[in-house]
Design a protein around this ligand. Structure first.
Ligand SMILES: Nc1ccn([C@@H]2O[C@H](COP(=O)(O)OP(=O)(O)OP(=O)(O)O)[C@@H](O)[C@H]2O)c(=O)n1
Ligand SMILES: C[C@](O)(CO)[C@H](O)COP(=O)(O)O
Length: 233
């Protein structure tokens, strides 16, 4: 049984505003990328990791990942948006690991994802699901507004879920979704939905937050200060 994780890490991190690609930003001495890749490998469920790097920083990212087994971690040049970065990493994966049973897609920006959650996604795919996403209930009341910002409705939040990564797929299902993809999607499961596939859910975890803004980074640093690092990756 072989599990491959694709890690899109080619974003610029404009909303974080750190002056460098977000994946290379450090928290307590380790970059988000090293933490994300380390978490995948520490889960004990992932055999290969394919990282999509900013195209002009492939060598920097290779050096950054030098602490990991070079046979298990591969770096490719990413694309103009997340969908394109995943597409490029998937193409390399299909050549390098043609016998994969499960493909995960995991944001470098979700650097503190608990390894147990990664295992739960893998187990759900191995248990028969063709596409699996970790989700959390929506905490806030949700309103719908018009162009002027006036409220037009209060939305029933009970069936709504906030979506995290890693998302897990049978390789053929992810390939078919990317082959059918027209416009970019904000997540990979969205492409499977568009192609008519079924997507199942497993419980997500607050520590798997996506670090998007300086506030998110401060939250991650604060949580790290009170929880053991091993619990947090
Ligand atoms: N061209 C891109 C854009 C994004 N990503 C990756 O997709 C994940 C989720 O994207 P996001 O958090 O939005 O990252 P950025 O695009 O870097 O953020 P911003 O929009 O603030 O620049 C990140 O790990 C990011 O590196 C990628 O691989 N290739
Ligand atoms: C894939 C994702 O992390 C799921 O929540 C998210 O959709 C990425 O969105 P972004 O707009 O590229 O940050």
């Amino acid at each position: 049984m072989t599990v491959v994780a694709l890690v899109p890490a080619a974003g610029r991190g404009v909303r974080l505003g750190a002056g460098m690609p977000k994946a290379l930003v450090q928290v307590a001495g380790r970059s988000l990328l090293v933490r994300a890749v380390g978490g995948l490998l520490d889960s004990g469920r992932v055999h290969h990791v394919v990282v999509a790097a900013p195209p002009d920083q492939v060598d920097v990212v290779e050096r950054e990942l030098g602490e990991f087994d070079a046979a298990a971690v591969h770096v490719v040049a990413g694309g103009a948006d997340r969908t394109e970065s995943v597409r490029l990493a998937l193409a390399v994966t299909e050549r390098a690991v043609p016998d994969a049973d499960v493909v995960l897609v995991h944001d470098a920006a979700r650097a503190f994802t608990p390894p147990a959650m990664i295992g739960a996604v893998v187990d759900a795919v191995l248990g028969g699901a063709s596409a699996v996403i970790p989700v959390l209930p929506v905490a806030d009341t949700i309103k719908q507004v018009d162009e002027a910002g006036a409220v037009t409705a209060t939305v029933d939040r009970s069936p709504l879920r906030s979506v995290q990564t890693p998302q897990g797929f049978r390789p053929g299902v992810l390939r078919a979704a990317y082959d059918a993809a027209g416009d970019a999607a904000t997540d990979d499961a969205g492409l499977v939905e568009r192609a008519g596939g079924e997507v199942r859910t497993v419980p997500g975890h607050p520590n798997a937050l996506k670090i998007t803004t300086a506030f998110d980074l401060a939250v991650a640093e604060s949580v790290l200060a009170v929880e053991p690092i091993g619990e947090l990756r």
